[in-house]
Unconditional design. Structure first.
Length: 524
């Protein structure tokens, strides 16, 4: 059991998650406050009426709406389905087929109709020719059910008449009377035959359900008892009495958890099946019908008073003795567990809170941090790296180092790039191997940036270009070369050196073009 569907007198239809409370939500009354404000009416006027019955099918949960609800004094069901009968009587019963494709509705006037859940369209009604109005029942329909193979549909009327219908043909196959009024039916799809009659409740039965394997039947009554019947042995195997009568119950498919709701109680109570955890399968180990165990419900309020609790316990004991004639045993369930709504990370370490406090206790008082500037000044660089502005003492040391290196760079308050440093070092040593290897590793964009950032000759500088080691001629500095006659002579010498190489490359391309032209014009 992971999720629980429940409906209450507060007109809300809710889904509760047993595993994670954050997944619980309300499925009905969407945007009530917004719509009420827009229509200028009270919220109670536009809310749906309380749910009196509902059904769901998990098999089609991801395909379309898989829940059908019937509301008090309402002639339509939601997922909106409206019977086609001319008499708009309230819907009293509903069920969804095992395949999840069809929904059946039974009305107060005895009308039963089948609908397709995907489209919401009617797929025909069920009528008994022996009835005066050709309806399914002559009176209120109190229950509908269908088998697991979509072969039969079973319905029950208030006057005690039960009928079996052909699922597709919609004609009556059989009927029988139980001799008393029917309030509710519970159907086990794997086995739909009438085999037993169980007696023991002293007041009106409020709800009942089968176990997943069909061996157990659980029933609740207004006498405050919850009884477990063995269908095969036709006997009661367990019974408990609670101080607040049960109105509805549901057993999980694994038969390990039972969910119950109670009169004038806003919560859903979960009960653990002790037989699933004790390992005992002997039926005699269960309580007999004469020994009804009285159990007090746990308090749901956190600000309860111990004195009030003791008074309520005494009053409940006296009421229990008057309600059930059999001797009762009154005791509270031992080792009750209260679940927290907070995430696990917030409460799992509470048991070790003292150890955590001792471990986190500081060894020495905190030290005041040293004063630091709001920001650290930086200087621009060619490489894009962040370089913080050095102090005055650091600047003096760098100046001395530059003087020791021969002042290869001019001081423009910018550090020399690696490109310029290698170029100057190679010019001094007459060996350009390291410089050549460095520029080969640069990307085209980085090399272009380095070339464009080279210091050029200033027209106002009186120093001769030949005596400037940082002055280099290249195509992107063509205007500088054109303005200085000394650089023009150097350019001519460079051209004479490069010309034989370019001529050899040009002849190679010419021979290649001739060969291509020959093969393209050749005829085979």
């Amino acid at each position: 059991m992971e999720d629980i569907l429940s409906a209450g007198q507060d007109r809300a239809f809710r889904l509760f998650s047993v595993i994670q409370d954050q997944q619980s939500r309300e499925l009905s009354q969407r945007h009530v406050s917004k719509r009420a404000k827009k229509l200028r009416v009270k919220e109670e006027e536009i809310k749906l009426k309380p749910v009196i019955c509902f059904d769901f099918a998990e098999i089609r949960e991801r395909d379309w709406c898989n829940v059908v609800t019937c509301h008090m004094d309402t002639s339509r069901a939601y997922h909106i389905l409206t019977p086609s009968t001319s008499e708009r009587t309230p819907i009293k019963a509903c069920t969804i087929s095992a395949c999840g494709n069809f929904a059946f509705l039974g009305t107060e006037g005895g009308w039963i109709e089948r609908f397709n859940l995907q489209s919401g369209q009617s797929r025909g009604s069920y009528g008994d020719m022996s009835e005066s109005r050709n309806y399914a029942h002559d009176g209120e329909v109190d229950g509908v059910a269908c088998d697991a193979t979509n072969s039969l549909m079973i319905s029950a009327g208030y006057h005690g008449d039960k009928k079996v219908w052909d699922f597709k043909g919609r004609h009556l196959k059989s009927r029988w009377d139980v001799g008393s009024s029917v309030v509710k039916i519970g159907y086990h799809r794997a086995n739909g035959n009438k085999v037993r009659k169980f007696e023991g409740h002293t007041d009106r039965v409020t709800d009942m359900c089968f176990s997943e394997d069909g061996k157990w039947l659980l029933s609740s009554s207004m006498d405050g008892t919850l009884r477990v019947w063995d269908v095969i042995l036709a006997r009661q195997i367990d019974a408990i009495h609670v101080d607040v009568s049960i109105t509805a119950l549901s057993l999980s498919p694994n038969m390990d958890v039972l969910a119950t709701s109670h009169v004038e109680q806003n919560g859903v109570y979960l009960w653990v099946n002790q037989a699933m955890f004790s390992g005992s399968s002997n039926v005699d180990s269960y309580a007999s019908g004469k020994n009804v165990v009285s159990v007090k419900l746990p308090a749901v309020s956190s600000n309860g008073d111990a004195d009030n609790d003791s008074d309520n316990t005494t009053g409940n004991q006296s009421q229990n003795k008057d309600t059930v004639g059999a001797p009762l045993q009154d005791y509270e369930i031992p080792d009750l567990v209260t679940l927290s709504l907070l995430p696990k990370s917030q409460w799992q370490s509470l048991i070790n809170l003292d150890i955590i406090k001792m471990r986190n206790k500081p060894i020495e008082p905190p030290k005041k941090p040293e004063k630091a500037p709001f920001f650290l000044p930086t200087v621009p660089t060619l490489s894009g790296d962040i370089v913080f502005k050095p102090s005055d003492s650091t600047l003096e040391e760098k100046k001395e180092n530059r003087e020791a290196l021969g002042n290869h760079t001019r001081d423009h308050n910018l550090p020399a790039s690696k490109f310029l440093q290698l170029l100057q070092t190679s010019a001094d040593t007459k060996s350009f191997a390291l410089f050549t290897k460095y520029i080969k590793d640069l990307s085209p964009s980085a090399l272009d940036m380095e070339l464009r950032m080279l210091q050029i000759v200033d027209d106002e500088d009186e120093q001769e270009p030949e005596k400037r080691p940082e002055m280099h001629f290249i195509e992107i500095h063509g205007e500088t070369v054109r303005c200085h006659s000394q650089l023009q002579d150097k350019a001519k010498e460079l051209l004479e050196v490069h010309s034989p190489t370019w001529q050899r490359i040009d002849k190679m391309f010419q021979s290649t073009r001739c060969m291509v032209s020959f093969f393209s014009n050749a005829q085979f």
